[in-house]
Design a protein around this ligand. Structure first.
Ligand code: GRF
Length: 202
């Protein structure tokens, strides 16, 4: 399975996928490209350290142009699965969404449909929920609203700050993302309405 990763920043989820491939939790897979909108991203260093090609996409000419380039890159690298890992742009063009329908996945640091958008951990902390977590979902036209693939719960009732919540959830993100990517490599997900059903290859 050829995996393309899109990241804008720190890239700890990207690193988790790299590690998951190395230690065999994700089988028969290769990260074929890191696509970024930020040349300074820590994710770029991680890619270089692991001999993963890096492609920069410039958003200064607008979203349409940038997403056309992303689609071209995904095609060129023959991507089977596209993992958004802290990619700070919303994918909106029909060409990219339809071209990679049910192949683009994202990790969100809350139990969707609660706390969509930015700063989900802070929103959960301030709301006072005792349990939050993370969600891996398909990317569609909605904001963090695509069909849910898997979730992990994290108890945050005793956290003293939003940063503590963030830290606690991040650890689970790394495990959940590797688990889900590993499942893609060994089977397929079927979508019935909003429900995502897994079929492991015989
Ligand atoms: C993670 O919390 C992820 O859930 C969110 O953005 C953050 C990215 O962190 N979408 P990293 O770049 O993977 O370290």
């Amino acid at each position: 399975m050829n995996i393309a990763v899109l990241a804008s920043g720190r890239g700890s989820n990207f690193q988790a996928i790299i590690d998951g491939i190395k230690d065999g939790r994700i089988k028969n897979s290769k990260i074929v490209v890191l696509i970024t909108d930020n040349k300074e991203a820590k994710a770029v260093e991680r890619a270089k350290a692991n001999n993963i090609p890096v492609e920069f996409v410039d958003y200064r000419e607008g979203r349409e142009v940038a997403e056309r380039r992303i689609k071209e890159l995904l095609d060129r690298y023959k991507s089977d699965l596209v993992c958004l890992a802290g990619f700070m742009r919303i994918i909106k063009t029909k060409e990219l969404l339809e071209g990679y329908r049910n192949k683009i996945i994202n990790i969100h640091p809350a139990l969707l449909p609660s706390f969509t958008g930015m700063h989900a951990q802070k929103k959960a902390f301030e709301h006072g929920v005792k349990v939050s977590g993370c969600t891996v979902h398909f990317v569609d036209e909605s904001l963090d609203g695509g069909p849910i693939i898997d979730q992990a719960c994290v108890y945050i009732g005793d956290c003293k700050s939003a940063e503590e919540v963030e830290e606690r959830i991040l650890k689970e993100e790394h495990k959940l993302y590797v688990k889900v990517v590993g499942m893609f490599a060994e089977g397929k997900f079927k979508i019935e309405g909003r429900r995502v059903i897994y079929q492991k290859a015989p």
